[in-house]
Design a protein around this ligand. Structure first.
Ligand code: AVI
Length: 325
């Protein structure tokens, strides 16, 4: 089954969350303009991201896949030692579900719950997983979990294993990442067994910057496509031709930053608002934090996970952590 909990909440989300219109308007009107990276992922954005994962420069996806390939038996053993048997596998930011599809034969989950903000893209991907595993109970969730993860009652309450691969946790600021991890580790949130997490590690600047500014320009297109998604959501008049992709490693903060830079002075209009950008002025669109092995282990422990172990590749470019509750 598939539940779209995003589309109907985009305009009027429940609780304290801002509507997309309000959130985007606030970000664009701020002196240092920004747009949340969750707005990359419309249908085209998800396809562009999938293309990024196949680029030579973008090492995280294949490095993570290599770690899993080399370590499935040990990973399965660690989970079994943590009491995991036929779990409910909750795939956060599932995208094309490819990573979970490779994990499922090793983990034998009873229920698979792919979650993603890109509703139509996820619907197709979850359908393909169902074709590959016809007997598996699948509950697809189209939702935005960036400001909190509230799962519907269709999701099995016990033996939950959260799967958060691809270093997507790195797109949260560290204090938000801690909060998010605390929420998953919190025993009040159902009987979670633990979290299987993929995280990108600190490395040399050239490798990092090339991964976010590839020669083909796919990441530049991914970044600029955010403006098209914003145009759809706000009925704004961004012209992508007027913006340049910028990616840089901020060493002090240990993060890649992506920005869109106005190439000349221009004014953007939407819903009674207008914002003028000077030439060279930027909209900050993404942070991708890079951790050390020790830093991530400490963060997981601080969040309340009691047992933390990891697997990495020979160059220590990426790591897969198992954090048990
Ligand atoms: C989804 N996320 C982990 C990607 C990253 O590497 O931070 C998004 C991305 N942005 C540019 N390229 C890929």
């Amino acid at each position: 089954q598939f539940m779209d909990l995003y589309s109907r909440h985009k305009a009027q989300p429940p609780g304290l969350a801002l509507s997309s219109v309000q959130e985007l308007t606030d970000g664009l009107r701020a002196p240092a303009a920004s747009v949340s990276p969750k707005f990359f992922y419309n249908a085209l954005g998800s396809k562009l991201f999938e293309a990024i994962t196949k680029l030579d420069e973008y090492y995280p996806t294949r490095t993570e896949a290599g770690i899993f390939e080399a370590s499935y038996p040990q990973i399965a053993e660690a989970l079994a030692a943590g009491g995991v048997r036929s779990p409910c596998l909750i795939d956060l930011g599932a995208g094309n579900c490819a990573k979970a599809a490779a994990l499922i034969p090793h983990l034998q989950p009873r229920q698979y719950v792919p979650v993603d903000i890109s509703v139509d893209f996820l619907k197709d991907a979850a359908g393909q997983v169902q074709n590959s595993f016809p007997a598996l109970d699948i509950v697809g969730l189209g939702m935005d979990f960036s400001s909190g993860l509230v799962l519907p009652e269709e999701v099995q309450h016990h033996d939950r294993v959260f799967f958060y691969p691809g270093s997507s946790l790195g797109n949260f600021h560290p204090d938000q990442a801690l909060q998010f991890l605390q929420h998953i580790a919190d025993p009040a949130q159902g009987k979670a067994r633990g979290l299987l997490l993929g995280i990108d590690l600190v490395k040399d600047r050239a490798t990092l910057e090339a991964a976010y500014d590839d020669a083909l320009g796919v990441t530049a297109a991914f970044n600029k496509n955010l403006l098209l998604n914003v145009n759809d959501l706000l009925q704004s008049d961004f012209d992508v031709i007027q913006w340049r992709h910028v990616a840089l490693f901020n060493q002090t903060q240990s993060r890649i930053e992506m920005h869109l830079e106005a190439m000349s002075e221009l004014t953007v209009r939407w819903r009674g608002h207008a914002r003028t950008f000077g030439a060279g002025e930027r909209i900050h669109t993404e942070c991708s934090y890079k951790y050390t092995l020790e830093g991530m282990a400490a963060l997981l422990q601080q969040a309340g996970f009691r047992h933390v172990q990891y697997w990495t590749d020979p160059k220590q470019w990426f790591a897969v952590f198992w954090a048990a509750v």
